[in-house]
Structures are given as structure tokens and as C-alpha cells.
Ligand binder design. Sequence first.
Ligand SMILES: [Zn+2]
Length: 773
Amino acid sequence: MLRRVMKIPPLHLMWLWAVGASGAGEVRIAERGGPAECAIVRPAGASPSQVYAADELRRFVGEMTGVKLPVVSDDGPLPARAILLGETRHTGRLLGGPVDLAALGDDGFRLKTCPPHVLVVGGPVRGTLYGVYELLERFGGCRWYASWHSVIPRHDAWAVPAVDEAQVPAFVMREPFWFDMFDGDLAARNRCNGNAMRLAEKHGGKIRFGEGLFVHTFNTLCPPEEFFDAHPEYFSEIDGRRVRERTQLCLTNPDVLRIVTERLLARIRKDPGARLFSVSQNDWQNFCTCPPCRAIDEREGSHAGTMIDFVNRVAEDVEKEFPGVWIETLAYQYTRKPPKTIRPRHNVVPRLCSIECDFSKPLPESAFEQNRRFVEELRAWGRMTDKLYVWDYTTNFREYISPFPNVLALRGNVSLFRDNGVVGLFEQGAYQGRHGDFAELKAWLLAKWLWDPERQAGPLLEDFFWGYYGAAGPIVRGYFDELHGFHGDPAGKPLRIFDDIRTSAIPDEFLVRAVRMWAEAEIAVKDSPPHGHNVRMGAIPALYARLMRLPPHDEIGVWVTENPGLYDVPPERRALAKELLARFGEGKNVRISESLERHEKVLGDIARWATAMPHVTAPVRSSAIVEEAQLTLANRGEWGDFVKDPLAEDGAAMKLFNTHYEWCTTLPFGRVAFDPGKKYRIRVRLRVESAGGVDGEAFWAGVYDARNRRSCGGIDRKVGATGEEYAWYDVAEWVPERDHYFWIGPGRFDKKGGARSAVGAVYVDKLELVRVE
Ligand SMILES: [Zn+2]
């Protein structure tokens, strides 16, 4: 339930309107240079967040007008003019009736002007504080876009116009799970109260999960390492066998129920301030298929059958001791489909996950099959519980810094969840670092819509683009609008959270222009460092996408050329890589990918491309040694391996096994810098261990032209012609091209009739490349 008296005008209009000519019923708060005539009144028994609400109001009125309002407690007389916070001794009389705090809940508030006073009526948890932020945001024009970027306008006079409205949020638990929004002040000012926010007592705390029981908790509550050996029957039965690795719990086993309940209760007793405790499946498949589990799941048409049945039993016991605690479980992957007859208890919170969906447009508007199923399942869950949670996905997890045009879907999705009875919404974004694609915008919009999904996108976008990018706002908005057009049509390519920017629907032509647009945007704010910073960070996804779309260039590892500059990183790649590295440094704590391994790989690539290659400036070389470690080995472990070999010059060699004779070792010449059009000789240093008593081929090697499918020369040798010592063998003389490669394999033999190789093994020590003309 949410009631609004006034529409929200765009920011720049609103300032004029809020401070314009005096309107009927308005309350003047402060005038620059004037006395502090209006007092802030808080209850004598104010909660920490109400004390903080008074401090925040005093601080921001001071920043807006230069006037520091006095803060007094309500045990004195009512001042001549006042902003009264919470339920003061005077509030009921001014309202003309009793104060109904219960209707406002923990987070709701009522704003009412009673000239010459303003009432911010709210409860002690967070409601009063949120009411103060609404007052400042809506009538003062204050904005908190990021932890480093607020807009606090300067007013010559500030008045609150006539207002009487109550607001309660659309969702009980609001969690835009984005890195910067974890900042406690930013989260509180944008009215987020979720688990990950660093909300202190002064912010009114938060709704949180019990310590260590956030998600995927089966292995925590009933660990296989503790129980499996003695009781394999506690864990998943798959194909008639109990499974220890990547297992789930056997949810019909009464001992499992007892263990999970006891351990959960022990944890709740240690952490009674938490509202939610998760009893949920591990993050893989492998549900139990023992006969009792299977019977329930078949009857219910879903593995959510055993899951909800089990969690209900746990929750029933928990309720006896902790009636206010909610037990959360996942409706995720194999448990997404709702059960036919079993219903979650009133203290059970199913959390439905949208991981498979298309996010290019609001979920119900996409023709993508996974969306159709998800929306059906959402509606079904919504009909069977009043405590549905959703875990939604709002960024590209492969690369947070890839353009991910999902903003126009966000509001529709939040509305859909609200309309289907969702009470807690977890909007997972780039949570490990700053400056993912439009990260600050997405977190801020989500905060606004989790409070009230009725707010239109247009004014909010206008507000943000002006406030956050300053004079560059229109240019960035142009980029944003065009970017969001590429997935627009109903049959368009779906936008999914692990998409690769190299193959996305965003055209190269646009990315070329996008880099220019951001450069223009930077010029537009050159006189405003705070906006300049936001523009430089905002450009990262466009620069990154352009870099990833450049044609691949060869990574050179071997240099035999008089013209090393020919093989340097191409200038555009070098420039983009340097620019990105610089901006990562300025941005601090930029995280590229959810996967740390991928983050480090991409960062390493970019750093390499940004730096001048050492060989480019090294002396000219007409020959080079290639150690075996630089060669590619196929089917390592089966066809050969890297081994220690005291006979090799560097003490190491590549051993080719005698189990096969395929070309198992190669050196692609795309990795070698040659002088174009010149002739080279390649030789290999190797030794042959004979099999004893079998005469036949020892090895074969050559240079192959993959594009034209022809040989450029090669050799083979019989065992009798090799000896057991290392020796150099000339392989070919030819004019190299980038599609050529060197290859070698152990000697051929007839594989029919149990015949075997003439060699025990072949050891490759190194290659040599020499320019011969
Ligand atoms: Zn079972």
C-alpha cells in the first residue's frame, strides 16, 4: 500500500518549485543568513536511528542553507516552529488523533505539514530516519547517487510545501546487492535494509541472515565429512548408491531432520538478532532419489516437494522457541517448480531464482522459453505463500565491465515481483568491486524501485544523468539510449548473465562511436572533476567492449627478425589497454569478473597489451632457441609429458610416449616473429630411447601449411640411424607464414595385430630457428 499526494518532478524543475514563491500551507524551515527559527524536536526516548535522523536533518539543512537548526527533546514546550520526528509528546495533538505507528511498520513514515510545524511520523526502527531522507530528497533536492557522489543543492531559503501522505515500502527486505550500495550511509539514505549493507545501529540496523547461514547450507548443517562414513543414508541416493561428493541431503530421513533442526537451533540461539536462517540445497544438482524421497517428489511433480516438506518440519520446531524467525529455502534450478499440494508454512520463505532468464526486457515481455516458465512458477509460488523472496540477477557475471543493457527491464521486473506477493527482493549485481556497467545507476534505480516500483523510469533517469554526469549527462544519455536499443524488438537476441561481449548483439560500428561519445562526454565536464571522474569510470565498459572486439593479434613468444616493430601490439589495442589500466587505477577496487581466475586473466591480458614488448626494443636476432616448454603438447599425460632429463641441456625435456605416433607436439608459427618472405631453417635436438629388438621408425617431424593443407618439408629417421644420445636433426628449410606450424611425433608403426613401436620414447630438448638468407 502506497499513497502519494504529488508526482515527482524532474530534479532541476523541482528545486525551483520547492523554493519558489510561498504556497498556501507551506512551512518555512530556514533562510540563508537568517536566525535558526525552526527547531528539530525528537522524542526524549528517541531510538539511535531517531537521534541520527535529527543529526542528518540538521547537517543537510545546514549544507543547503547555512543555517544550523537546534535539536531539542520533546520534554520541553513545543517550539514556535518545528520539525517533529517520530512520535513526540506533541505529535498526536497536532495530527488531531492517535498515532498509528503499527500501520507504518519498521520502515514506513507519514509526512504532514501542520503550519508552522512539519511532522515526520515514523517508528523507532528505520521509519523516522527514512521520513527525514524523503523530506530532504523530495523537497530539498538532496541526492545520494554513490558513496563518493552526493548532490546537496544550495538554497537561499528552504520551505516544505503542504503535504500529507504516508509511505510504506513495496518490499519488506530491499537489497540491491551492488558493491557500493553496501556502504551504510548510502544504503540508509536510499532506504535499503538488506543483509549485505553495512548498516549500523544508528542506521536502524537491517534485516539479516544468521551468521554463516545465508545460502546453500545443507553441507554446513549436516556435513558429509562428519556423517557420511557412519551414515551414508543421510545423503543423496543416486542410481541406487549413496553419494558423498557434491551431494544433497536425504530429506525423508528422520535423523537428518533431527540433526539439521538441532544444529540450526543452536545457531539461532547464538545469533537471536537475525531474522532469516537459510536451510537450502547446495549449489549443484544431485537430489536424493531414494524410494521415500522419490515418492513425495513424484506425487508433488517437483523436487520442491521433499524440500518444502522437510523445511516445513524444521520451521515448525523452530517456531516453538523462536516465533519471529523465518526459515528461508531456495526454489532454484531443480526446486524451482512449485509442489502440487504441499504449502510452505507461514514461517518458511521460499526464495525463487531467475538465473536462467532473458533480461533484455521485463520478464513477461520476452518470448524466451525460460522466462515463460519462470513467470508461471513465480505466479504459482506467489499464490501459495505470503513470504516469497526472489533472488534476481542484474549484471553480466562473466564480465561486470561488459555493457549489459538491462536497465529498461528492471522496473517491470520489480513490479512483477511486487504484484506476485514477493516481500524480499535480492537484486544481485556486481558485488565484488566498483564501476561495472552503469553500476551506480542500476543500484540507485533498484533502491528507488524496491521502495516504490510505481515511480516512472523517465524522471529517475533524467535525475541521475544530470546529477551524476553533470554537463555530460545528455551525451551519456544518448549512449545509454542507443545501447538499450540493440535487444529491443520482441524477437531480439536474449540478454543473459553469462553472455560474451565478443558475440553480443551490440554492433562493432556502435562501439567505435561509443568510444568517441565518452571522449566527448569527458570534454564536456573537464571543468568539474567529480563529474569527470564519473564519466571516466562510466566509459570503462565501452572501452572494454571495443578492445575485446578488435581482431585477435598474435602473442609472440619467439623473435627471429630484424623488424620486431612489425610484431608489436597494434596501436588501437595498445591505446585502449593503456587507457583501461589507467582507469582501473583511478577507480580503485574495479572488479572485472565474478570469477577471480577470469578477473586475473583479463587483467593480465590488458596489462600485457598495454606494455611495450621487451623484444621490440631488444637487439636484432637472426636465430633463436625454442625450449620444449614453449611447444604445445596434445593429450598431455596420454601421448607425452614434460619430464626432468639430466641428459637434456637445460635438465628438462618433453617425453613422447610410444603408445601412438600422431603429431602430438607443435609450434604454431603465429607465435614466432620472422622476417616476412625470408628463408629459415628449423632443427630439433632430441634423443631416441629404443624399444630393443624392434627395427622401425624412430620419429617423424616437419612443417605444415595449415591453410593450403600441404607440407613445407620434413624428415623421418629409423631407430638404427639415431643412436641413444641427444643430437640435432635438420627438419626443413622454408619461407614461414603465420598459418604454418612445426610438428613432431614418435615413429610410425603398424597398429594392427599387436605390433608395437620401435622406440621406448622420444625426448625433445629444444628447437632452433635460423634465418638462412
Ligand atoms: Zn532420500
